[in-house]
Structures are given as C-alpha cells and as structure tokens.
Design a protein. Structure first.
Length: 375
C-alpha cells in the first residue's frame, strides 16, 4: 500500500470528539476509493491548549517544522488561552506560514435545515484575504501611553479629531497583498470553471483601504485575465452590507466572493447559516507552499467531551484536503455518504433542533452512520 502521510492537529475543546468521530471514516474512504492501494498514515502534531499543557508552548517547533516539510495539514479547532502570547492561534498559524488565501465553500447538502426557501440554489465560495486589514492586530488600548502618542500625532500632525479616550486600531491594506490574493483566486476560478466573481467591499466609506482593494482587484483582472477569459467569467463588485442581503434573497446569482479579511470573516459565517450553520461549513487557509484545512467553528469548550458536536465541518475540510493532494475519489465517497445520512434524518443536535420530529444522535453515532453509508 502507498502511505499517504497527513499531519493532523486534534484541536482543543470539542476537537477530540470530532476527531474520534471522523478518523475511521477518512481512513476507510481512502482505502475503498483506491481499492486498497492507498492508506493514510497520520502524523500527530500538537498546538494550542494541549501543546501548552504537554510542551509548555502553544506552538512547538516540531509542529512548525513538520508542516513545512509535508506542506499541508488538517487541524481541529484551537483555543487561545488567556495570557498565552498570541491574540489568536488560528491567525498566528496563517501568519507564520503565510497562508494568504482563506477559502470557505458554501454548498447546500440535501437534508440540511435552512432558513431560506430554496437553499439548493446555494453553491458559492467565500475567498478572504488573510494577511491584511484589522487582523494585523495593530491597535492600542485607550488611556495607555501608546494610544496617547498615536492620538497626539493624529490630532496635531495629521489634523484630524480623535477623542483622547479612544482605543486606536489601524487597518492596513496593501497593493502587494491584495494583488497576490486576487491572482490566486482568479486562477482558481478559471481552473475550476466558476462563472462569476464579485468583489465585496466598503469602498464607498473606506475609500483608501477597501476602495483600493476594489481598484487593485479590477486592475489585475484587466491586466492579466480579461483578454483571455473575459467571455467566460463575469466580474463585478458590491458594497458589503448589500452583499449580506443579496446572499439571502438571490444566492443563485453569486459564485465567487472576493473579500478583504474582515468582510470575508463576517460573510462566510452568514453564508454558512443559510445551509445549516458553522457545523457544516468547511475551510482552508492556503499559501504558495503550505495549506492547512480546518473547520470554520471554534473549540466550543462547554461541549468538550459531551459527544454532541457536529463533525461535518471537519470532515468536509478533510475532503478539501483530499482534493488538494489529488485524492478526489475519496472526497466523493464521503460527500455521498454525508448526503445519504442526512436524507435519512440522521444528524447531530445543532441540525436536529431546527426540524420537527428529528431526534439528534451523538457525534460518535453520526460518525458511525457515515461509515455505514460509505459505498
């Protein structure tokens, strides 16, 4: 058998529950899809709370080096402990590996509860630039010496009016980061035969940050792509607040959403709600060399060990990894098993509570149900 080495970070909180419900399914899908010629060899890595407890650091060097060597990994949700040194473990991982593209597919699966009439029309991808915007973490707390210095500079040198009791944050958006992100997304859209790209921005108000994002995105399209693909792909833009209304009212009109960091964060959660919630929304963070696949939800520590959370987001993130490493048959087997299971009304509490007469199953039971329907 060919061994497919896959580094994994189990995650904190509900991470072990999700992992235990998913592991055998992922292994069996690869074995069945490739007629016992391939199998997964897991590489256990530490990060987050578990790493802090066992190694005394949130991100051990061996974890970083292994991911750099293999070039990809899958991870469960991570908790950033108070006083742990990082504002967010997830953001930190994106920064150190330069994972500048966040990709969050949103596609309805039959059987999922949805608040809209025709959820089957939803098949879009939210792409979020991962390195700029307020996620840079450049900010100063109100009443500190640093914030006073910044406010003094703004008021006295730049001639603006900032109240002295303000907290201050800076929202940098660079041409370089925007252009490489846009190039990546446009190449993806073309290679995967997507039909329409919508730039989502608030450039009517933030003219020199999000307005610049919009302008740079159009420039890349005009300079590098329109001549060859102008008849195949539409490109337009929309104000961010209007986009939220449009994905609810007319989701079928949208395909690829090209977003700055914060807009993409908000919008991906909104879109996930239309197909059943964060428990069914997968995600990936991708750079030029490394990709990390992860569920979009948090670690939910209050549910840790209760065997009740939904593992679909993690499992579909693993499907994205399988596609990334050229195992599409395994991906297809799992997706079909998920659809069969949901159509039979087998689902965890977060989905079952939205449907009449559906009794929720445990996380582990759902994993077993998927395994039984893996054909």
């Amino acid at each position: 058998m060919e061994k497919i080495r896959i580094p994994y970070i189990m995650g904190d909180g509900t991470g072990p529950d999700i992992w235990n419900a998913s592991r055998e399914l992922l292994e069996e899908a690869v074995i069945k899809a490739y007629d016992h010629e391939k199998e997964i060899e897991w590489i256990y890595l530490l990060a987050g709370q578990k790493a802090l407890e066992e190694k005394g650091v949130l991100l051990p060097e061996e974890t970083v080096e292994t991911v750099k060597e293999v070039k990809f990994a899958i991870k469960g949700p991570l908790t950033t402990p108070v006083g742990g040194g990082f504002r967010s473990m997830n953001v930190y991982l994106r920064q150190i590996f330069d994972l500048y593209v966040c990709m969050r597919p949103v596609k309805y699966i039959r059987g999922l509860p949805s608040p809209i009439k025709n959820p089957e029309r939803i098949d879009l991808i939210v792409f979020r630039e991962n390195t700029d915007d307020v996620y840079k973490g450049i900010e100063w707390e109100a009443f500190t010496e640093d914030s006073r210095r910044v406010i003094k500079f703004l008021n006295e040198v730049m001639g603006v009016d900032v109240a002295e009791d303000s907290g201050i944050g800076i929202k940098p958006m660079s041409k370089k980061a925007t252009e490489r992100f846009v190039r990546w997304v446009l190449n993806y859209a073309i290679s995967h035969k997507r039909r329409k790209i919508t730039i989502v921005h608030k450039g009517n108000i933030m003219k020199y940050t999000e307005g610049a994002f919009r302008a740079w995105a159009y420039n890349i399209w005009e300079e590098l792509f329109r001549g060859s693909y102008g008849n195949d792909i539409q490109i337009n833009d929309i104000i961010a607040d209007n986009m939220f209304a449009q994905v609810i009212l007319r989701p079928e009109e949208y395909d690829v959403l090209l977003c700055p960091n914060l807009n993409g964060d908000y919008l991906s959660d909104c879109c996930a709600a239309l197909i059943g919630g964060l428990g069914v929304a997968p995600g990936a963070n991708i750079g030029d060399e490394i990709a990390i696949f992860e569920p979009t939800h948090g670690s939910a520590p209050k549910y840790a060990g209760l065997d009740m959370v939904n593992p679909i987001s993690f499992i579909l993130s693993a499907c994205m990894l399988f596609e990334h490493i050229k195992l599409p048959k395994a991906k297809e087997l799992i997706e079909k098993a998920i659809e069969r299971t949901l159509k039979e009304g087998i689902m965890t509490y977060d989905l079952a509570r939205h449907l009449d007469g559906v009794k929720p199953v445990k996380c582990s039971e759902f994993g077993k149900a998927l395994l039984q329907r893996l054909e």
